[in-house]
Design a protein around this ligand. Structure first.
Ligand code: ATP
Length: 354
């Protein structure tokens, strides 16, 4: 096992800079998820750790070795790709054994490792099949089996679940997490899916336009996003962002452009009249007589909860209730945001104010 250190890493393709100086330290045994929208540079960063892209500037270490100039096969990593990259003409067992055969490992050791990995992943009965005879989830397990057989210092995953249907994705997510709890191999996992990031990671790295926006434990990012980008990216349905300004003379309140006002927990860093954004997660609204008046547009019960879209002035607000209500479109409701759970950002810089 090993730690991974990414120090001021930059990447340019020709004259186009796509990674602008990224620092991440990953502890031995940690499960780190790189998450961000399409094109933010997460795959490129992963490929630089793997040695599949060269590093324009900065340094990547695995354990105590700087690996910038080491070819992939000398980095002691195993990568699992989105498309699984299985050899179609080889059986499951042969696919899993392939990299060890290349390295000239003894037959008996290969068989032992393949059987062990197959046992861990529930592939024992499928070892003689060919990839075309497997389901998507089984192929994904074979791709992971191939990585496990090598017993590398670091696992690298590049969107490994994106070709699976929604139900299987949830199941495989749990399997990968269980696998990590069992093997405790340092893991770097790339996804654009914030739910995958939240549920799997020990630590999330939120990327945007080739930069790191924030690094933290899943619930820390959820509870205290540093800026509007992270606030909007983490959480589903997304945080409501209400435009307005701070009123800081006397008791601090947030004055929404739509007319309503919301209590602020502590006096914010920010001046009276400063344009700001008040962020409220959908589950942090409650019904209250002194709440802001909104008009119900759509009511969506899922069984376990009730999602309501309501207009505050021109803006759609999403609120989620655990309890059942008989709201109808057109109803007027009054919603209050718990000030302790609300977020305040500077409108211009997008940075957190409280
Ligand atoms: P996605 O989720 O869509 O895979 P990503 O966050 O993984 O996105 P990257 O694939 O790392 O993003 O790409 C980052 C940026 O680098 C993009 O703007 C992309 O167009 C660019 N890029 C990636 N590979 C190359 C390449 N070989 N040559 C030129 N530009 C590239």
């Amino acid at each position: 096992m090993a730690s991974v250190a990414i120090r001021d890493v930059r990447k340019a393709f020709g004259s186009v800079n796509v990674i602008h100086g990224v620092n991440v330290s990953i502890r031995d045994g940690e499960f780190v998820v790189l998450v961000g929208p399409s094109g933010c540079g997460k795959t490129t960063l992963l490929r630089m750790i793997a040695g599949l892209e060269n590093i324009t500037a900065g340094e990547i270490s695995i354990g105590d070795r700087v690996v910038n100039h080491l070819p992939p096969k000398e980095r002691d990593i195993a990568m699992v790709f989105q498309n699984y990259a299985l050899y179609p003409h080889m059986t499951v067992a042969e696919n899993m054994a392939f990299s060890m055969r290349l390295r000239g490992a003894p037959k008996q050791e290969i068989a032992q490792r393949v059987n062990r990995a197959a046992g861990i992943l529930g592939l024992t009965n499928l070892l003689d099949r060919y990839p075309r005879q497997l389901s998507g989830g089984q192929r994904q397990r074979v791709a992971m089996g191939r990585a496990i057989v090598r017993d590398p210092q670091v696992f690298l995953f590049d969107e490994p679940l994106s070709n699976l249907d929604a139900k299987l994705r949830v199941q495989m997510r749990t399997e990968i997490k269980e696998l990590h709890q069992r093997l405790k191999t340092t893991t770097v996992y790339v996804t654009h899916d914030q739910i995958e990031a939240m549920t799997m990671a020990d630590k999330i790295v939120v990327m945007h336009d080739g930069l790191v926006e924030q690094i933290g434990a899943p619930l820390d990012l959820y509870d205290r996003p540093n800026n509007l980008f992270v606030a909007g990216f983490i959480g589903s349905p997304a945080m409501n962002m209400i435009n307005g300004s701070i009123r800081a003379n006397g008791s601090a309140v947030f004055q929404a452009e739509a007319g309503a006002s919301f209590a602020i927990d502590t006096a914010p860093r920010g001046s009276d009249g400063q344009p700001a954004v008040f962020g409220v997660r959908p589950e942090h609204f409650t019904l209250a007589d002194d709440g802001a008046e909104m008009q119900v547009q759509v009511v969506e019960p899922t069984g376990s909860e009730l999602q309501v879209v309501a207009k505050l002035g021109q803006q759609d607000i999403i609120a989620v209730f655990r309890e059942r209500h008989q709201f109808k479109p057109g109803d007027k409701i009054r919603l209050k945001a718990d000030p302790k759970l609300a977020h305040l950002f500077d409108a211009q810089s997008g940075q957190r104010l409280d």
